[in-house]
Design a binder for this molecule. Structure first.
Ligand SMILES: [Zn+2]
Length: 495
């Protein structure tokens, strides 16, 4: 009896033909101005539960799953499967592991009516020329343990196309590597502009909304110098070399990076002046392909200060070094980080440590992003001072890449402290303990002064300027950190 059960499970779970190993989905949009989108899928069950990987919304407890309608589940022979909705995006089926099921459902295109933790740019939205979706907002999946590929077909109105991060296997069909590749990415369907751009070893599929069609070159010009700078900083390529980039106009500027794609919404005009915001956003999301996706933490929330704060600091450095940001803009950005940090600590009264604040990364973003940026800035200076400017934050990141990026191992807080200590040759545990794991207030004034910068501050006002009498050693540190391309000479402050 025991043997028979085992064999039955083996046959059901592993399946004997190739056809039933991989899952497949068809996404159907019926007209140019749809109210719903239809999805049908076929897959083998990994358990009796199927799910949507939902994003929290203050108004929708069940996230995107609250917008699923008309779910019908059948077996391969057409026999209906009964199910119950179990909450937070889970459906429990009267079926067994390994059963092949066919799901059909509609998704109401009403995501724009709700607020979402990370922003609508990481969920789903409509544009005049099409529809944006993350895989998590579109696909009900059987779990994520299967290693088989997933075919995604699109049945779209005439003149529409689908831009996806997945390679095309035949006309209109794309192949995701596995369930996580399917749900942790974004796509755009519509009449938008799609252009494939090769930059060094990278291929980008740019999907750009109608209003930004004439700005495509500006986006490419912003990305082109950054990619080799990032490869050099980390000492290698990120985990992917092919990415989808979706850029559309929005009510607020925001962006989100996924393992093989990123999504940007830009508010207002796109030109060189406003690149302080949109160019920064693109640079920040690109950097996440290394710090966040290739180098990833063991805990999804405790190290947000490193994922977001360090990414933003490295973005500021890289935009300065490549000359994309003039030095004045670079100092404004550091001032903004200092402002965010003091607002979080003194006005919003966030009493969490920077690490703990990661659990509510979006609500406490001023501490996570602003504070994390200042920790990176201070640590960069600590390493440079300890090594006579032979090393800096770049060595910390390339060590993180070598130890965790290339291997796929996950890092912990202790790993960051250890590597910072090794790179600087000086114990950094007290610094991290006080300002990252603890709740001490990090005053960047002395750090600025030590490298020849004057920080003038009152309440939430911050002004950073270069001393005209900075020593050659101080100037050398600033040049190592910020490069020389954005420099236009000091602002002439004497002391
Ligand atoms: Zn980010």
């Amino acid at each position: 009896m025991r043997t028979m059960v085992t064999i039955a499970l083996l046959v059901a779970g592993v399946c004997l033909s190739d056809v039933c190993l991989g899952a497949s989905y068809t996404v159907t949009v019926n007209d140019d101005n749809p109210k719903t989108i239809h999805v049908s899928g076929e897959f083998a069950l990994e358990s009796s539960t199927i799910a949507m990987y939902i994003t929290r919304s203050p108004q929708l407890e069940d996230g995107q799953a609250a917008l699923v309608r008309n779910l019908v589940i059948k077996r391969a022979d057409g026999e209906p499967v009964t199910y119950e909705y179990a909450g937070i995006g889970d459906w429990t089926l009267a079926a067994n592991v390994g059963d092949i099921v066919h799901v059909d459902y509609d998704v109401l295109l009403e995501h724009d009516r709700y607020d979402w933790g990370p922003g609508i740019d990481e969920v789903a939205y409509r544009q005049d020329d099409g529809l944006f979706f993350t895989g998590a907002s579109l696909f009900i999946v059987p779990g994520h343990t299967s290693t088989h590929t997933i075919d995604v077909r699109f049945d779209l109105p005439s003149g529409w196309k689908a831009s996806t991060p997945w390679p095309s296997v035949e006309m209109g069909t794309y192949s995701a590597r596995n369930v996580m590749d399917l749900v942790r990415n974004c796509l755009f369907m519509g009449t938008h502009l799609e252009e494939t751009v090769t930059i060094g070893d990278f291929t980008f599929i740019l999907a750009v909304g109608d209003r930004f069609k004439s700005k495509l070159n500006l986006f490419v010009e912003a990305m082109a110098p950054l990619l080799p700078a990032y490869v050099e900083m980390f000492g290698g390529m990120p985990s992917e070399s092919r990415y989808l980039v979706v850029i559309n106009p929005g009510n607020r500027s925001d962006g989100g990076a996924f393992p093989g794609s990123y999504s940007m919404l830009i508010r207002g005009e796109v030109n060189r002046t406003s690149s302080a915001v949109w160019g920064h956003g693109i640079a920040h999301e690109l950097l996440h392909f290394w710090n966040g996706h290739t180098i990833a933490p063991a805990s999804s929330s405790d190290e947000e200060w490193f994922k977001e704060g360090f990414t933003d600091y490295l973005t500021i450095l890289s935009l300065s070094r490549t000359g994309l940001d003039p030095r004045e803009t670079t100092y404004r950005k550091l001032e903004n980080s200092a402002r965010r940090y003091i607002i979080a600590k003194k006005l919003m009264d966030i009493t969490d440590s920077m690490r703990a604040a990661g659990a509510e990364k979006h609500r406490k973003r001023f501490l996570v992003y602003g504070g994390g940026t200042l920790v990176a800035f201070a640590l960069d200076i600590r390493i440079r001072e300890a090594t006579e400017n032979a090393k800096g934050i770049d060595e910390l990141m390339s060590r993180m890449y070598a130890e965790f990026g290339a291997t796929g191992n996950r890092y912990s807080y202790e790993d960051i402290v250890r590597i910072a200590t090794e790179v600087s040759g000086k114990d950094q545990s007290e610094f991290f303990g006080e300002f990252v794991d603890g709740t001490g207030f990090l005053d960047i004034g002395p750090y600025c002064e030590s490298i020849g910068l004057q920080l003038t501050t009152m309440m939430d006002e911050f002004y950073i300027a270069e001393f005209s009498e900075a020593t050659p050693a101080q100037r050398a540190i600033i040049a190592s950190m910020l490069g020389t391309r954005g420099a236009a000479g000091g602002t002439g402050i004497s002391r």
